[in-house]
Ligand binder design. Structure first.
Ligand SMILES: Cc1cc2nc3c(=O)[nH]c(=O)nc-3n(C[C@H](O)[C@H](O)[C@H](O)COP(=O)(O)O)c2cc1C
Length: 364
């Protein structure tokens, strides 16, 4: 019996662990290696139709913290532990025409693994809606099992793309309308955590036919400046811009976003992302309601695996299986959402006296 097997958005996964859209899924070679290693699925690096040119410097840095003088830095120091990734990488610079034969070969080689095509276009006019349709149809025609809409890239200057459209429910609906009318596979929608209207955005997406919300993309953030040299941890010609923080540092915030969505839409599906390095983080996402788990930074950081987390997926599968067996659970469904009812309003948590009413006077 494969206790790790899950059905998520109607798709059968060998295990719930999926490589997130990012460098680990940027090429056929890496995706093949990931499937060989045992990942249940991959979300491809986001594919688009618009010009992409990355900065003339490193696209990603990995920051570490130490116990002694516990500052966070990419600088190599002994006895440090991973803190976060910071990146300002754009979406894939490989054109759609080159992706398509690769995707077809991947799916033919691994027909039982889930291949999710991540796509991104603009908004606000019919031409952009056609771009979404074109990308979705092309990916599905070569075998993608689902499509993930990237409505969350934090590095776009274009106001009609990525995280910049996260607050616009009409745009979210229009993109879903375009894509759901063009293809019939499940549509996952990847939202940005950096909006105060996340629940409204999710409502718009689910209402317009999204099968799942993927949360979280990276958190918009700045790299640190060194007090001695005045250099940023990463910069080009002394300049930097807002990039995305990922890895362990965003775990708690990602969980809170997933919890918000899971409590607002208890019957809907969520793919949890943000800081997963092992079983304990994965457990927490499932406990809040996620039925699928995506990993990026921890896979990139693993040495000797070509950045696809070969050891990591073996550990994740082993540790989850071990847990399910010990608890007598037949699948993650037996404990999915167990934390949900225990997240309450502040005033619902017991006080030492009854004299607190959420900051309001108690009516006499
Ligand atoms: C270098 C890098 C590139 C990324 N590129 C994409 C992308 O093209 N599309 C996307 O939806 N998310 C992208 N992401 C975000 C990841 O898929 C993921 O949501 C984020 O890193 C949080 O997961 P983690 O904490 O496991 O890293 C990228 C992340 C990194 C670090």
């Amino acid at each position: 019996m494969n206790r790790l097997a899950t059905t998520f958005t109607g798709l059968k996964f060998h295990n719930p662990f999926v490589l997130a859209s990012a460098p680990p899924t940027e090429s056929k070679r890496k995706i093949m290696r990931a499937f060989e290693a045992g990942w249940g699925g991959v979300v491809t690096k986001t594919i688009g139709l618009h010009p992409v040119e990355n900065v003339a410097g490193p696209r990603t840095i990995f920051q570490r913290a130490s116990e002694e003088k516990p500052y966070v830095s990419r600088n190599k120091r002994p006895e440090t532990v991973s803190h976060s990734s910071w990146n300002w990488e754009l979406i894939s610079d490989q054109p759609l025409e080159l992706w398509l034969p690769d995707l077809e070969e991947i799916k033919t080689t691994y027909p039982d693994r889930m291949l999710i095509g991540s796509i991104m276009a603009g908004a606000g006019n019919e031409e952009e809606m056609n771009n979404w349709r074109k990308l979705a149809i092309a990916c599905v025609n070569v075998g993608c099992d689902a499509i993930e809409l990237n409505l969350s890239c934090p590095h776009m200057d274009r106001k009609d793309m990525g995280a910049n459209i996260a607050n616009d429910e009409d745009i979210i609906r229009s993109i879903l309308k375009a894509v759901t009318s063009a293809v019939s596979v499940p549509i996952w929608v990847k939202l940005t955590p950096s909006t105060s209207t996340l629940v409204d955005a999710a409502a718009a997406a689910y209402g317009a036919g999204a099968s799942s919300i993927s949360l979280c993309n990276t958190f918009p953030s700045l790299p640190l400046m060194d007090p001695e040299t005045f250099k940023f941890e990463v910069e080009v010609d002394g300049l930097v811009t807002s990039g995305g923080l990922g890895g362990l540092a965003i775990l708690h915030q990602a969980l809170q976003r997933v919890s918000d969505i899971a409590r607002a839409f208890p019957d809907k599906e969520i793919s949890g992302i943000g800081g997963i390095r092992g079983f304990r983080e994965a457990f927490n996402f499932i406990a809040h309601g996620a039925g699928n788990l995506q990993v990026c930074t921890a896979a990139m950081e693993e040495k000797g695996s070509g950045g696809v987390g070969v050891k990591l997926i073996q550990e994740l599968k082993h540790d989850l299986n071990d847990y399910l067996e010990r608890k007598g659970y037949s699948s993650i469904e037996d404990f999915r959402g167990i934390a949900r009812e225990r997240i309450v309003e502040h005033s619902q948590v017991r006080r030492k006296s009854d004299a607190y009413n959420g900051g309001y006077e108690i009516a006499s």
